[in-house]
Design a protein around this ligand. Structure first.
Ligand SMILES: Nc1ncnc2c1ncn2[C@@H]1O[C@H](COP(=O)(O)OP(=O)(O)OP(=O)(O)O)[C@@H](O)[C@H]1O
Ligand SMILES: [Mg+2]
Length: 329
């Protein structure tokens, strides 16, 4: 029982500076209760800063925010009682076992010893950590540690959960596991704010997305709206035999009504499409022509392509800027 607010998280004009660095330059956010907001942005965009302010770990220089109707500065304690936060970097005590970590958090949250133990068992089970539960966390793999992080943010049954890059560094299997967990939490009514550098992740999980760049929101909308803004999808076909390139190009042109580009070096035929509806036609015609392919895919714009479309520069350029800044210090 926390709140009957329709809006779980509301931020208006958040500004945060670190010396001469403006981490947040006036950010507005609104997350309806029971939905997932994806905060997408490259390194240094301000994602973690926003999460830390909304999680009461950092005060904004100006602007304000409410979480579950409580002010993050004036009612920080109340905010803390309804949120869970999985930080970008592991927050568990590495010299204790996974189970001890979870029990300790439960005790800190006021659970009795048996309650804390029961909660730890439940979470170890849910995150497939039962076998590793009694090993010290230092010995966990990256994926196991990430799962333990996530589990520890759920000990208090938060109704609002912040996940700061929950799947960075995970292999596809572990990542799918985390996605599944997030989906189940949302089905149970949890509101989630997650940051990510992967468009695919925001697309898979979020009801709406805000794109941060240099401390500002440069775009927002539903995933489909953003992708539409970011440009069309690309249908890629790679024939098994390089000699078939021209015929594949002809089939793709006929099936989509658009002349494809042909990359001879990589044996790849690509054509921009607005949706996947021409895919079955291409498959059928290739089959009729007896042409084998090693790749046939509908590719969404990459994060770099989205950034290029939305901000006029790529995430890569930002990274190399950062390297240059670092080098000049
Ligand atoms: N404690 C700090 N002291 C000084 N500068 C900071 C501090 N924390 C963040 N910054 C700066 O504020 C900006 C935003 O950082 P933030 O960590 O919020 O970005 P981010 O979007 O989370 O990036 P990443 O994807 O790398 O995690 C960056 O320029 C960063 O260098
Ligand atoms: Mg961060």
């Amino acid at each position: 029982m926390t709140t009957t607010n329709q809006v779980a998280i509301e931020a208006v004009g958040l500004v945060k500076k670190y010396g001469s660095t403006t981490a947040l330059a006036g950010v507005d956010l609104s997350v309806p209760t029971g939905t997932v907001l994806g905060v997408l942005g490259p390194n240094g965009a301000g994602k973690t800063t926003a999460v830390r302010i909304l999680g009461t770990l950092l005060r904004p220089d100006s602007g304000h925010a409410t979480v579950g109707g409580y002010d993050v500065v004036r009612e920080a304690g109340k905010v803390r009682s309804i949120i869970g936060l999985t930080g970008q970097y592991a927050s568990v005590d590495e010299d204790m076992s996974g189970r001890r970590n979870l029990i300790m958090i439960g005790r800190l949250l006021g659970y009795s010893r048996p309650q804390a133990r029961a909660k730890a068992n439940e979470l170890l089970e849910r995150f497939e950590l039962v076998d590793a539960g009694d090993r010290i966390a230092k010995t966990y793999s990256g994926g196991m540690r990430r799962r333990l992080d996530l589990a520890s943010s759920l000990v208090g049954n938060p109704s609002i959960l912040y996940l700061d890059e929950p799947t960075t560094g995970l292999d596809p299997h572990a990542r799918n596991g985390v996605w599944e967990t997030i989906r189940n939490l949302v089905l149970d009514g949890t509101t989630v704010l997650l940051t990510t550098q992967y468009l695919e992740e925001a697309d898979a999980l979020a009801d709406s997305i805000v794109v941060f760049d240099k401390g500002s929101v440069v775009a927002n909308g539903r995933p489909a709206e953003l992708k539409a803004q970011a440009g069309k999808q690309s249908l890629d076909v790679r024939p098994a035999e390089p000699a078939h390139l021209e015929r594949v190009a002809a089939i793709v042109a006929e099936s989509t009504g658009t002349r494809p580009s042909v990359d001879v070096v990589n044996t790849l035929v690509s054509v921009p499409v607005s949706d996947g509806s021409s895919m079955p036609v291409v498959v059928r015609r290739l089959d009729e022509a007896g042409i084998a392919v090693t790749e046939l895919s509908l590719r969404l714009p990459s994060l770099d392509e989205v950034f290029l479309a939305l901000t006029g520069h790529t995430a890569e350029e930002k990274k190399s800027d950062a390297v240059l800044e670092g080098a000049s210090r």
